[in-house]
Design a protein around this ligand. Structure first.
Ligand code: ARG
Length: 574
């Protein structure tokens, strides 16, 4: 574990002093069991450097140890050194950092830029349920990197160019607007589906689609105006969903924006002698790939990949990113592998900073959801349903909740449930949704974490006391002597590492997992008070009660921080 808290840094300093290794290189882990200690260091790498046995070095580190403010003791167990925190001092630091929202290293990414391409739907089609994974995972990553101080450029790379858009124009030319209803995205989608159906009977329609796309590329006024209208209708629909999810893109730049660059890209590729012709199409053969990357069709139209080359160059030129992430389903793995190889062949060594962040499929009731399947599940409908259902769930556990509060909280919990369900498993795993579990207030769900947060808030309300950082001087943390309290503190210590690991591996599920553990530790501690009044947070002894309240406040703050990392709200009541 890296050294993201002063406690970890104290351990690293102690090991550095005893071994002569630089403190920054020392790997500090959580001790596997609380009985052994709180933080642990394995002596192997230092023993190797010193030419001694690991057990010997561990013993030397422990013997040289002198207590610091935060660290009380060190002991060697075989090749490991276990360090024990000074609980009261550590708790004071933890609660203060949590309340000031400084538990995670807020300046880790200072001066560095991360581009994240996510959501990126194809216009004139619904934002369907399978898009949610890209949208939700990308947004969580954006939140995580932002929280760590990176400059994040969230990019919506709209699919707004290509022959399918020509097909829609051809369909419009044939059948015009729907007679009996408003021209919304459903109407556009139906028009497109009808055209594809008709194409099966009448292959000439494909040519008409191509011809319309050619008109669009050539800047024909009629084609452009219609395309613009379809694009606006689509964006308005997406925007409504993004607002519900709290998403704001820094750049909405569709594939069409790269149209002016495509001739230059093709020219550059030809000049670099990379292009070969295959069946009249322009392709580039790539090492280790059976299929070449297709850049231009026989009739001169450029493709998705060509526009991605231009987009990658644009992003590098504009942002000089530290990393450029593409949150796109794993079905496009070949595309990105080819794209990155091609960028490498073009001499763009910054391609090493580009990364496909793939994710698995979403299945609802055992069915894959995708655009071509008949029963597309729409994201906005899922959000509506979640909101409706959590209302009932909340009303059941908290019948006294005022109606206005329920109105305010239900959308936060409903969207939170859907988002969390999309984040809680490792990205690449396929997700099977069991709706009852997604919206439940218990188990591995978003509402459970939110409920734990609301529970902390409710304890504070009942106590009638607020604990602010400036109050901590008068809190006696020595009163927190129970192991269950310390287990909560130990968990709080792990938040910074969870956030950093999630950013490094682009795995928001690490944060989900962390939050479930923190909620579990809190719940265990809190429910001890049901059997033993002296263990209640709101106990008789005023000093103990205040110290416990401070810990509850820290848990509440950490849960809110963690949920924010995922883009999920933390209601105070539910
Ligand atoms: N529009 C594409 C789709 O829906 C995703 C685009 C992903 N981003 C990219 N730069 N290729 O499949």
């Amino acid at each position: 574990m890296a050294q993201h808290t002063p406690l970890h840094r104290s351990v690293a300093d102690a090991v550095a002093a005893a071994t002569g290794s630089p403190a920054a290189d020392i790997k500090v882990d959580t001790a596997p069991k609380a009985e052994m200690g709180d933080l642990a260091v394995a002596a192997f790498p230092y023993a190797k450097a010193l030419g001694k046995k690991p057990n010997e070095v561990a013993a030397e580190i422990a013997a040289a140890f002198r207590p610091t403010g935060l660290l009380a003791s060190a002991s060697a167990t075989g090749p490991f050194v276990n360090f024990r925190a000074d609980r009261a001092t550590t708790l004071r630091w933890l609660v203060d950092a949590a309340l000031r929202d400084r538990l995670i290293p807020r300046d880790l990414g200072e001066g560095r830029t991360i581009c994240i391409d996510y959501s990126s739907p194809n216009i004139s089609k619904h934002l369907a349920y399978h898009h949610i994974r890209s949208t939700v995972i990308g947004h969580a990553l954006a939140q995580i990197f932002r929280a760590l101080g990176y400059r994040v450029v969230g990019i919506n790379h709209l699919g707004d160019w290509g022959t399918t858009h020509g097909m829609l124009l051809a369909a419009w030319a044939l059948w015009g607007p729907p007679a009996d209803r408003e021209l919304d995205i459903t109407a556009l989608n139906d028009l497109y589906v009808r055209f594809r159906e008709a194409m099966k009977q009448n292959p000439d329609l494909e040519n008409q689609g191509r011809m319309w796309f050619k008109r669009l590329e050539d800047g024909d006024a009629e084609a452009r105006a219609l395309w613009q209208r379809f694009r606006d209708i689509s964006l308005a629909e997406y925007e409504a969903v993004y607002v519900r999810l709290g998403i704001k893109f820094d750049e909405v730049r569709g594939e069409s924006a790269y149209e002016p660059d495509l001739a230059r890209v093709m020219k550059e590729l030809r000049e670099k002698n990379l292009v070969t012709t295959s069946d009249g199409a322009q392709v580039v053969e790539l090492e280790g790939e059976k299929t070449p990357i297709l850049l231009q069709t026989r009739d001169g139209t450029t493709l998705y990949a060509t526009r991605d080359v231009a987009a990658a160059e644009y992003r590098w030129g504009t942002y000089h990113f530290e990393r450029s992430l593409y949150v796109v389903d794993r079905g496009q793995a070949l595309h990105f592998r080819q794209l990155f190889k091609l960028l490498g062949r073009m001499g763009h060594d910054w391609v090493a900073r580009c990364q496909h962040v793939p994710f698995g499929l979403v299945r609802l009731g055992g069915k894959k959801t995708g655009t071509r399947t008949g029963n597309v599940v729409l994201l906005r409908d899922v959000l509506d349903e979640a909101e409706r259902d959590v209302r009932e769930v909340i009303a059941q556990v908290n019948a006294d909740l005022p109606a206005e509060t329920l109105d305010r909280v239900a959308p936060i919990v409903g969207t939170g449930a859907v988002m969390f369900a999309n984040l809680v498993s490792q990205r690449e795993k396929d997700v099977d949704f069991e709706w009852e579990k997604v919206i439940a207030l218990s188990g591995d769900s978003g509402p459970y974490v939110q409920y734990s947060h609301a529970r902390c808030a409710s304890i504070m309300r009942r106590a009638g006391e607020r604990i602010a950082p400036s109050d901590l001087e008068t809190v006696d943390f020595g009163k927190l002597t129970h192991d269950a309290e310390w287990a909560v503190a130990r968990r709080l210590l792990e938040l910074p590492d969870a956030a950093v690991r999630a950013s490094e591996s682009c795995e928001p599920h690490i944060v989900c997992h962390y939050l479930l553990q923190l909620a579990g530790d809190f719940s265990y501690w809190y429910t001890l008070g049901n059997g033993d009044a002296s263990l209640r947070v709101l106990c008789e002894d005023p000093a103990t009660r205040r110290a416990r309240l401070a810990l509850v406040a820290a848990v509440q703050a950490a849960l809110a921080t963690g949920l924010a990392l995922l883009g999920i709200g933390a209601p105070e009541q539910m």
